[in-house]
Ligand binder design. Structure first.
Ligand code: 6PG
Length: 259
């Protein structure tokens, strides 16, 4: 694994997808133990899509699952598709199949969206209420997740903050519904203030198809894309495989940290 810093951002580059998944699983297990030790719980906001599926499956394997403090771990979703929870596109279903069904996490620790298939606005409001209750928020307080996992879309979106959507401009609400023209579908998503309040925020991006967008986002050039607006109060890390990181000059062989 090679690690380099880009300003405040830490990059961790692994030879391939399997090494990336193993490295991030190890980081997540270690962080969960530290958070439970310090604050009695580990509040994790999960990314959807296809990339993190391998990570969730790995966390369900004994070599990681037996080290996870499941009784004190709380799972949330960074965003959800507005479909029923048993729909193939559901992020909840993806995590349920890959992880939740195989680990001893109390059902009360699994905080999925509800009702988004029927009424995105009501589902977003209900999820926001749930966040306010869980994190005991007052007024304009923001929830602080211990770890927020994010992915990167081909257009630079992350969570369901897509370019050109009003969701990107939201600074008051914690969760909003968003209609995504490109996909002709509704989503619900955590908003930027919430994502940027994470103690630790980690992008997980793999594959050569993501290389151009990884390079574009991390170069900081051009009009800001949603993924470039992720600038958390806490740590910001990018967990990449070498294919996705191939365009980053900072990773020339002479770079520090090659292990
Ligand atoms: C979703 C995710 C979304 C995802 C990116 C990358 O619900 O789809 O929240 O932001 O992380 O689109 O998706 P892949 O991992 O499938 O490339």
């Amino acid at each position: 694994m090679q690690s380099v810093s880009l300003g405040r951002t830490r990059l961790f580059v692994y030879e391939d997808g399997a090494a990336l998944t193993g490295g991030l699983a190890e980081t997540l297990v270690e962080l969960s133990a530290a958070c439970v030790s310090e604050r009695g719980r580990f509040a994790l906001a999960l990314s959807g899509g296809s990339t993190p599926k391998a990570l969730y499956r790995l966390l369900a394997e004994d070599r990681f699952s037996k080290r996870m403090p499941w009784a004190s771990t709380h799972l949330f979703w960074g965003d959800e598709r507005c479909v029923d929870p048993d729909h193939p596109d559901s992020n909840f279903k993806m995590v349920d199949d890959a992880l939740i069904k195989s680990v001893p996490i109390p059902s009360t620790n699994v905080h999925g969206f509800t009702g988004q298939g029927d009424d995105p606005a009501r589902a977003a409001a209900a999820y926001e209420e749930g966040l306010r209750a869980f994190f005991a928020l007052n007024g304009d307080d923001l929830p602080q997740f211990d770890l927020i996992l994010l992915g990167l879309g081909p257009d630079g979106h992350t969570a369901s903050l897509f370019p050109g959507t009003t969701a990107l401009l939201e600074r008051r609400r914690l969760v909003v519904p968003v209609y995504v023209d490109r996909l002709a579908t509704w989503r619900v998503t955590l908003t930027l203030p919430v994502l940027n309040n994470g103690r630790h925020v980690a992008f997980m991006v793999a594959g050569a198809d993501k290389q151009p967008m990884v390079t574009r986002v991390l170069s900081g050039e051009g009009p800001p894309l949603p993924a470039q607006l992720i600038d958390p109060a806490g740590t910001l890390s990018w967990y990449l495989d070498r294919a996705a990181a191939a365009g980053l000059a900072e990773l020339e062989p002479a770079a520090e940290g090659r292990a």
